[in-house]
Design a protein around this ligand. Structure first.
Ligand code: PEP
Length: 255
């Protein structure tokens, strides 16, 4: 079972390169004592390189928010895994609900990206989650099953893969899923992974929750059995709430 937790901040399309660098510099200067929490900053592409320079001497990781599956080519506006790697990136968020629903990314594309990220030696954070309509029509479990089946098709080893369960209706809306809903969904995800791989592999996989996580609900959410950390949007854009959430996770891990 996981003995450490991951807290990733997805900045979406916020912060310039200078703003991002200053933010991370201020965060590093807090000198937090959080050994068991892996903190990942996922800024826009334009801030990656500047932030990598600061993270060289800090115990935090760098993540990107998307990538293309090809190494290079005539793909205007896209970025490849080796380009991200050259900016010091460790993780890549893939299949975020905004990519799926605003930019119409398919499971097939997301799967190609997952494999490309793994082949490039980086770690995918594969996001899955149901829409409100799907939840209302009791399709949540099926949606999670299909997104995992398609997204992980041909992926033999899960040890470098992180899963993020993010109900679409709870992202950026201020609406958090209830403790029961999160617990049930995470259990489904772990059982699906166990069926696809093995119980041990499923137990060792980090399954993050994302959807309006904030300092006020972090303790309760992190207390849920199958929640191994968070993927955070809005609350990762300011130092204080992001720090509070990380400290809460760290404290809970220490028991
Ligand atoms: C996200 O962007 O992945 C997210 C969960 O956003 P928020 O925390 O703002 O709901």
């Amino acid at each position: 079972m996981n003995k450490h937790a991951i807290v990733a901040g997805n900045w979406k399309m916020y912060k310039t390169s200078v703003e991002g660098r200053n933010f991370v510099e201020d965060f590093v200067n807090l000198m937090l004592n959080i050994d068991d929490v892996e903190v990942i900053f996922c800024p826009p592409f334009s801030a990656l390189f500047n932030i990598d320079v600061i993270l060289k001497d800090a115990p935090y990781k760098l993540g990107a928010q998307n990538c293309h599956w090809e190494n290079e080519g005539a793909f205007t506006g896209e970025i490849s895994v080796n380009m991200l790697e050259s900016c010091g990136v460790d993780y890549v968020i893939l299949g975020h609900s905004e990519r799926r629903h605003v930019f119409n990314e398919t499971d097939e594309w997301i799967n190609k990206k997952v494999k490309s990220v793994l082949n490039g030696g980086l770690k995918p954070i594969l996001c899955i989650g149901e829409t409100l309509d799907q939840r209302k029509s009791n399709e949540t479990k099926d949606v999670l099953f299909h997104q995992l089946k398609e997204g992980l098709s041909g992926v033999e080893k899960l040890d470098e893969v992180v899963i993020a369960y993010e109900p679409v209706w709870a992202i950026g809306t201020g609406e958090t899923a209830t403790i029961e809903q999160v617990g049930e969904a995470h259990k489904w995800v772990r059982n699906i992974l166990s069926d696809f791989y093995s119980r041990d592999i499923a137990d060792d996989t980090s399954i993050l929750y994302g959807g309006s996580v904030k300092p006020e609900n972090a303790e309760e959410l992190f207390g849920i059995k199958d929640v191994n950390g968070f993927l955070i949007g809005g609350a990762s854009l300011k130092i204080d709430p992001f720090k509070e959430i990380i400290l809460t996770v760290n404290k809970k891990l220490k028991g």
